[in-house]
Ligand binder design. Structure first.
Ligand code: FMN
Length: 234
């Protein structure tokens, strides 16, 4: 890989399963969080929330929800990364306000955020409209290229994709600062959701353990699958 701070961070980032007890300076955490907020997201709706767990009692329950995994127990900082399907209206309105504060809203911006986004994100009570929207898109696609109008499940996937990109950006930013992380989806989603008191339209994307690796933090050399399994040309 070329020599650059970016590639150095990419290459030296490893999943760390055992951390030193040393605290993570708040300014390091803040910079990495602000980098994560720059991650791309579907329609720029930024459906993520990083919940930094400070309360000792909540922390203990979070460790249990993470199945008492080593990284959750040893990391000086534990973060719950939440994906929101329930914030699209608020976020859309803020985007429109920002656009309008800069210059008169372009017709394409107005149409996209006022018409298309509600069409995509509205799935009715209990997601009842979702299967019809999806079926309509599927049939229309037989005749011309058509975007998926999205069921609730499709929206979940979309929101999780964007949130995972924020997680990746966060972990690389931490590495650029000389800090480490462990992403964890090995957790009890029901207990974690109740612990964080999340609304119906939100769920845990992953937990992130953050700190500095101990000398037993990295479990061996990387195992990288063949390049042509990951990349192909058509
Ligand atoms: C979405 C996601 C969930 C993961 N969950 C866990 C986990 O619960 N516990 C754990 O020890 N590692 C977890 N990992 C870490 C992977 O095992 C690790 O990224 C992989 O083995 C490659 O190692 P590396 O990150 O050191 O390159 C997770 C990684 C991702 C991306």
């Amino acid at each position: 890989m070329p020599e650059s701070p970016f590639y150095a961070a990419v290459e030296s980032r490893r999943t760390v399963r055992d951390f030193l007890p040393d605290p993570v300076p708040q300014e390091v955490l803040d910079r990495a969080l602000d980098a994560a907020r720059l991650a791309p997201s579907s329609s720029n709706l930024q459906p993520w929330e990083f919940v930094i767990i400070r309360d000792p009692a909540i922390r203990r329950s979070a460790e249990a929800a993470c199945l008492d995994q080593g990284p959750a127990k040893t990391a000086p900082v534990l973060i719950a990364l939440v994906t929101h399907r329930d914030t699209w209206r608020r976020n859309r309105d803020e985007i429109l306000r920002t656009f309008e504060g800069r210059r008169p809203l372009r017709p394409s911006q107005a149409s996209y955020y006022k018409r298309i986004i509600p069409l995509i994100y509205t799935t009715g009570p209990f997601g009842i409209l979702g299967p019809f929207k999806r079926a309509f898109s599927r049939v229309a696609s037989l005749f011309k290229p058509t975007p998926n109008l999205m069921s609730r499940e499709d929206i979940r996937i979309m929101a999780h994709k964007s949130t995972a990109l924020a997680a990746a950006t966060f972990m690389l930013a931490l590495r650029a600062e000389g800090y480490d992380s462990c992403p964890m989806e090995g957790f009890d989603p029901w207990r974690a959701k109740a612990l964080l008191d999340l609304p119906r339209g939100a769920e845990l994307n992953m937990f992130l353990a953050v700190g500095q690796r101990s000398d037993k933090g990295v479990w061996g050399d990387r195992v990288l699958l063949p390049r042509d399994w990951a990349v192909r040309e058509l």
